[in-house]
Design a protein around this ligand. Structure first.
Ligand SMILES: Cc1cc2nc3c(=O)[nH]c(=O)nc-3n(C[C@H](O)[C@H](O)[C@H](O)COP(=O)(O)OP(=O)(O)OC[C@H]3O[C@@H](n4cnc5c(N)ncnc54)[C@H](O)[C@@H]3O)c2cc1C
Length: 386
């Protein structure tokens, strides 16, 4: 940890390390092999009070911001990437609900989340607009005192496992392209139809499913903020929290791959020389390069998160860059570690094989690495992102 952290966050970090070591890491191999949702890890995180991380203190939550999210999610990502993803999406959706919560939304969602009794998640992506998650096509119509929603979401992490879903829709009236609303939909709302679980190459335990909403009716109290708040939500809440959670997950993967490479180089001893791979200068050099990549990635992520928590005008550029950087570092580090760890790592279902497969999702999880790198440049140039 490099940014100074509060005593409260230091305590949460300790609790997370213990949950990660005792429950999350031991479960990782089975979660991947069976493509199963990380039930034990998520239950323990709930019981430890960690699912209240981004819920406000006034409802009993931990009231942590981006640095807290980066810290906790990196530890989980190092232990089990799927658990980190499921946890991260819950924390992001919690932050979206909390941003402009009404009294009713505090009582219905945030207080139970803080108490570890409610899991939520983010359902933004759609097949039609793909990586352009900020362009939903799901329709919202005024219906008496409420709304009717029709459309289909894709890749919903924690799909069918959560108690509520934060979804985006086209604004209900007079909307221009890119204008959308966020709403919270309860799991038991009539009319939700789940597709089969997606079987991924990596991130296999995130229980990603499609969600069809055919004329689903919701009271007006489920709207988050006001109609037309979408730009505020995207830039102030969705992007910073989502990018931080994802970047931290992939940083955790990179660190886990580096740990394995170091462990292998120190432990692998040749019979003909009596020396280890760690004695070979070119391999020391390659480990040095990996270490620099991972450490710089962590510094950028924590710095970006810290700026975001301070409300700095420079935060967005750094936050955009940090997820692109984490994706590049995770893919490069797992790939290089696979070479350094030799034939043992290249076997079917080795831990490194899992990390390499998990890391690959980073580039396609929207906003993609290409989009973020371009947006970082536009932001640095003082241009609008779109
Ligand atoms: C493991 C996993 C978990 C996910 N979890 C969630 C979730 O919890 N909630 C959620 O809402 N979504 C989630 N998603 C969805 C994700 O964020 C993307 O929306 C989805 O992967 C886009 O897939 P696509 O095939 O439609 O991509 P496409 O839109 O077809 O894009 C394919 C590729 O083209 C390139 N590309 C596309 N558009 C551009 C552009 N404008 N500029 C430059 N390059 C571009 C990129 O390389 C991209 O990877 C998840 C996805 C994965 C893989």
């Amino acid at each position: 940890m490099n940014e100074p952290i509060s005593d409260a966050l230091a305590r949460l970090r300790e609790i997370t390390q213990s949950v990660a070591a005792d429950v999350v890491a031991p479960e990782a191999e089975a979660v991947d092999a069976q493509a199963s949702w990380p039930e034990a890890g998520m239950s323990t995180l709930r019981a430890a009070g960690l699912t209240g991380l981004t819920a406000p203190r006034k409802v009993g939550g931990q009231g942590q911001g981006l640095l807290g999210l980066a810290t906790v999610t990196e530890i989980l990502g190092r232990a089990c990437s799927s658990t980190a993803m499921c946890y991260g999406m819950h924390c992001v959706a919690t932050a979206v609900i909390a941003a402009k919560a009404t009294k009713l939304q505090e009582e219905t969602y945030l207080a139970p989340i803080a108490a570890g009794r409610h899991l939520t998640t983010l359902a933004l992506s759609e097949a039609g607009t793909g990586a352009h998650f900020f362009l939903p096509e799901t329709r919202l119509a005024r219906d008496g005192g409420g709304f009717t929603i029709s459309g289909e979401k894709q890749f919903v992490t924690n799909g069918s496992r959560a108690d509520s879903y934060v979804i985006s829709t086209v604004a209900s009236s007079g909307a221009r392209e890119g204008e959308f609303n966020c709403l919270v939909v309860d799991a038991q709302t009539p009319g939700l139809q789940w597709g089969d679980a997606w079987r991924g190459l990596g991130m296999r335990g995130n229980e990603s499913r499609s969600l069809r909403l055919d004329g689903v009716r919701l009271p007006i109290s489920h709207l988050l903020g006001e109609e037309g708040d979408q730009i505020w939500y995207v830039f102030e809440v969705v992007a910073p929290y989502f990018l931080t959670a994802i970047a931290a997950t992939y940083l955790g993967i990179a660190q886990a791959a580096l740990d394995l490479a170091i462990q292998h180089l120190k432990g692998r001893r040749f019979s003909h020389t009596g020396g280890t791979l760690a004695d070979v200068e070119v391999l020391q050099h390659r480990v040095g390069q990996l270490w620099m990549g991972v450490e710089k990635c962590r510094l950028l992520l924590q710095h970006a998160a810290h700026l975001g928590d301070l409300g700095s005008s420079n935060a967005l550029t750094a936050i955009l860059a940090s997820k692109a950087d984490a994706a590049n570092v995770a893919v490069a580090t797992t790939n290089e570690a696979m070479t350094l760890c030799g034939g043992m790592a290249y076997r079917e279902n080795s831990t490194l094989a899992r990390l390499l497969r998990d890391a690959r999702a980073s580039h396609v999880m929207s906003p993609t690495t290409e989009m973020l790198t371009t947006w970082t440049g536009r932001s640095a140039l003082g241009l609008s992102l779109f």
